[in-house]
Design a protein around this ligand. Sequence first.
Ligand SMILES: [Zn+2]
Length: 144
Amino acid sequence: MDLIRICNQASDKETGGILVGRYSKDLKTAVVSQLTGPPADSQGFLSSFRRGVAGLQSLLDQYWSGSSSTYYLGEWHYHPSHNASPSTVDIAQMKAIANDSNYFCPEPILLIVAKSDSGGFAYSANVFFRSGGYLSLQQKETVL
Ligand SMILES: [Zn+2]
């Protein structure tokens, strides 16, 4: 999946999907190997994104049974609003995922892609904890 192509296609609406990969043996590094586009039942709006679930379980089953046994690591979404920081809704959703045993993911990652002021892209990579706290790495701009 080409992240930037998906964001450009979404234009002025939010879009997103999930991150798939694995942790290093010492569990200190998450290696994201795949990201999905928006499932067909997703809804993107100007300032919110509701990720659907259609087809995700069978996709995750395929990744898990594949040769590298990868699994759900978190979410990504696109902010056309020029702000790559997690919103209060994003924080609440990631806290809910961290605390939902169905996800088997107590420290989910949220990657946010945003438009930058000069037409490039800005990113943030955020790791959430069950408390709702999180760590954030931000890259202000990448000009393509
Ligand atoms: Zn958001």
